[in-house]
Design a protein around this ligand. Structure first.
Ligand code: NAG
Length: 154
């Protein structure tokens, strides 16, 4: 009889447990660990914790790559803390038509790293041109020109 009672208690408490794991709004005042930020106390969580307004305005694309990323990562949107997901708005001023392009991109991490290939290749300090030439099939003059525009050396 005892195992059956135990199972009943386990099943009856399951909905409560799954609700508790549905969110972990990050408390950004505490240090971040490998699994993200510690959870804000459930009693302190409000509806506003789950509202993100950072995608309302277009990002500033007045830069050399004519693009802007507006992230909704844990730091900007603590509701995604611990959920293994995040999203970002991507504005691009390079378009075949008359207007800018907008994309919403998703990531499989609440705090993803972001690398812009052009800047990583041609804006890095001391990244040897010979390696860039072999991997991009550009000649030395083209690589040096791009490094000059993006501030890379090496
Ligand atoms: C966009 O960025 C450029 C370059 O940094 C700056 O001069 C301009 O004021 C910015 N525009 C807005 C609307 O923030």
């Amino acid at each position: 009889m005892l195992p059956i009672l135990f199972l009943f208690l386990l099943f009856s408490s399951t909905p409560f447990l799954s609700n508790a794991a549905d969110f972990c709004v990050g408390d950004l005042t505490l240090p971040e660990g490998p699994a993200g930020y510690p959870c804000k106390k459930p009693a302190a969580v409000t509806v506003n914790d789950f509202v993100f307004t950072g995608f309302e305005k277009a990002g500033n694309t007045s830069n050399i790559i004519k693009a802007a990323v507006s992230p909704a990562f844990t730091t900007q949107f603590p509701a995604v803390n611990g959920l293994g997901i995040s999203i970002a708005r991507l504005d691009l001023a390079i378009n075949a038509g008359d207007c800018n392009a907008v994309a919403i991109v998703s990531f499989s991490s609440p705090s993803p790293g972001l690398q812009i290939t052009t800047i990583a290749l041609f804006g890095s300090k001391n990244f040897p041109s010979s390696i860039i030439e072999k991997t991009t099939f550009l000649d030395d003059a083209q690589v040096k020109k791009l490094k000059g525009v993006l501030g890379g050396t090496g």
